[in-house]
Design a protein around this ligand. Structure first.
Ligand SMILES: Cc1cc2nc3c(=O)[nH]c(=O)nc-3n(C[C@H](O)[C@H](O)[C@H](O)COP(=O)(O)OP(=O)(O)OC[C@H]3O[C@@H](n4cnc5c(N)ncnc54)[C@H](O)[C@@H]3O)c2cc1C
Length: 497
């Protein structure tokens, strides 16, 4: 179905907000409009309510609306997009991607949406050398290489090859609990798995970077099974997942970025959904009886036949489920936690690093910034560094001047003294956002996936689950979020028939 059809389709009814425990909305159920069961216009029962207006919730709502069913999105924030969000620098007003930014090969679901809304991509700058920082020692390597030239590289490459092999060997993507070695892999952390291989500290550091750079957690914070699944998920139905694809710029997940910022995509989706989204509508509880769910939000109560909870399992447990949840679903909520992340982006008058033959990319164990990229920002010259895991937690409540000083020093160490003279900067602490509680993704502790993993997508009463963490491919990424929303919408539409 086309975008025009959604925009031009029969209005689903004005949303009459009424605060204070009264019914929210006057859904003109398209089911009833079509003569199908589901209540007459004005019965105030939606076909579906989507909780969360991030990419997964928006993708679900779009598909449901396009099918002609009535849908309402309840979003806790005053904006759509969740972990995809544009910010402006305070002095110059330069637009930056505070959250998701990059897109790469096999991420066709998000790419299709971007094309639909006319949002263009640009290649991430990948010319010249990257900086490799190992415990205060700076060296450079061709950006195209991926791994630094270091005596530990062959060992690290060997361990990487084992991870790659797992992903190739029919890994049960999205259902890692079915892996023949699942019991072992989910009994150890990624760090313990690395320690069980004979490796030098530097090789271990390089492998550990795979989790801190991609997931913003320390290697001891996640199950090895989770990590192997994450790698196997970095592909699609035709292309097995790959750690190289996950971590690379050219040919990998960091290959392109969106002109104007990735947030243009959820903003366009939200504009299209129009009054089907209600903002500042944090959902506090969901109950259900006799085929109707009752969703209580900060702006009122909504009735629906189906509900899609579209967010990370690390935060979906904050909602009260009045009829209770299975032990598995509760275990899942307790076993997932968000990574810790912020970006520090600095605006410069010239791309001075390019003049030195540097791509603007960094990898290593620098602190607080361990990974950098050059960013495109409306023609401005921007260096962006990730602060993740323990480094982020240390700085979460530090004064901003301290964070700026530490990050600027990193840039000086990596790129030279010119880095001190930034014109403006942007920073956004995802850990302190109550409706995200971190990022980029939630990871699971050992014992979670094998015990409770089957609850990730299993409906509970009328509730279906979306969110990038529930995706088979590209879990943790925008593409996974869109996939998960489309999957949950298809489940709901099937069950409404
Ligand atoms: C710093 C950072 C960098 C990233 N970089 C990339 C990248 O380069 N490429 C990439 O593909 N991905 C990246 N990601 C990951 C990507 O942003 C996520 O995978 C994706 O946006 C998740 O979408 P979602 O809909 O699953 O969840 P979310 O975006 O978290 O959406 C959940 C929504 O639910 C709302 N909500 C929460 N609780 C309630 C409640 N009780 N009631 C109502 N609403 C509620 C939230 O406000 C939010 O809008 C990055 C993320 C971060 C934070």
């Amino acid at each position: 179905m086309t975008r025009r059809r959604l925009l031009g389709g029969a209005a689903l009814g004005a949303i009459g907000l009424s605060v204070g425990g009264t019914l929210l909305g006057t859904a003109t159920s398209s089911a009833s409009t079509n003569g199908a069961p589901g209540g007459a216009p004005g019965t105030e029962t939606y076909d579906a309510v989507v909780v969360g207006g991030g990419l997964s919730g928006l993708a679900a709502a779009k598909q449901i609306a396009e099918s002609g069913r009535s849908v309402l999105v309840l979003e806790a924030r005053e904006r759509a997009g969740g972990r995809v969000h544009n910010i402006s620098t305070p002095k110059l007003g330069v637009t930056l991607d505070a959250g998701a930014e990059f897109i790469g090969p096999t991420q066709n679901h998000i790419a299709t949406l971007a094309r639909e809304y006319g949002i263009a991509t640009l290649p991430t700058y990948n010319e010249g050398d990257s900086v490799y920082w190992n415990s205060g020692q700076r060296s450079t390597m061709p950006s195209a290489l991926g791994l630094p030239i270091d005596p530990a590289t062959p060992e690290a490459a060997l361990a990487l090859a084992q991870v790659e092999l797992q992903a190739f060997l029919n890994f049960p993507v999205g259902e890692p609990w079915k892996h023949p070695d699942a019991a072992y892999l989910d009994s150890v952390t990624w760090e313990q798995w690395l320690e069980s291989r004979t490796m030098s500290p530097t090789a271990r550091m390089l492998l550990g970077l795979a989790s801190s750079a991609a997931l913003s957690v320390e290697a001891h914070e996640l199950s090895a099974l989770y990590f192997f699944n994450y790698v196997a998920a970095a592909g699609d139905e035709a292309n097995p997942g790959s750690l190289i694809r996950l971590l690379s710029t050219s040919g990998g997940a960091q290959e392109q970025l969106f002109v104007g910022g990735a947030a243009l995509i959820p903003l366009a989706m939200a504009a299209e959904l129009g009054d089907r989204i209600v903002y500042n509508a944090a959902v506090r509880s969901i109950g259900w009886a006799d085929g109707v769910a009752t969703v209580c939000s900060d702006v009122g109560i909504v009735k629906a036949r189906k509900v899609i909870v579209a967010m990370s399992p690390a935060i979906s447990g904050d909602i009260e489920y009045l009829q209770g949840l299975s032990t598995e679903r509760q275990g899942l909520h307790a076993g997932y936690r968000m990574g810790a992340i912020s970006k520090f982006a600095a605006v410069y008058s010239t791309p001075f690093w390019r003049a030195k033959g540097l791509s603007g990319q960094v990898i290593g164990n620098g602190e607080p910034i361990d990974v950098c990229f050059e960013n495109y920002a409306e023609g401005n010259h921007v260096l962006m560094g990730f602060i993740s895991g323990d480094a982020m937690r240390r700085l979460d409540h530090a004064p901003e001047e301290q964070i700026v000083a530490e990050c600027t020093q990193n840039f000086v160490d990596y790129f030279g003294p010119e880095a001190r003279d930034h014109l403006d900067y942007g920073i956004f602490k995802w850990d302190l956002e109550p409706w995200s509680q971190g990022g980029p993704v939630a990871v699971s502790r050992p014992g979670t996936l094998t015990r409770y993993g089957t609850a990730l997508r299993a409906p509970v009463g009328p509730i279906h689950w979306a969110g990038t963490e529930t995706s088979d491919y590209w879990t943790g990424y925008m593409d996974g979020a869109v996939r998960s929303g489309q999957r949950a919408a298809a489940e709901v539409l099937r069950s409404l028939k």
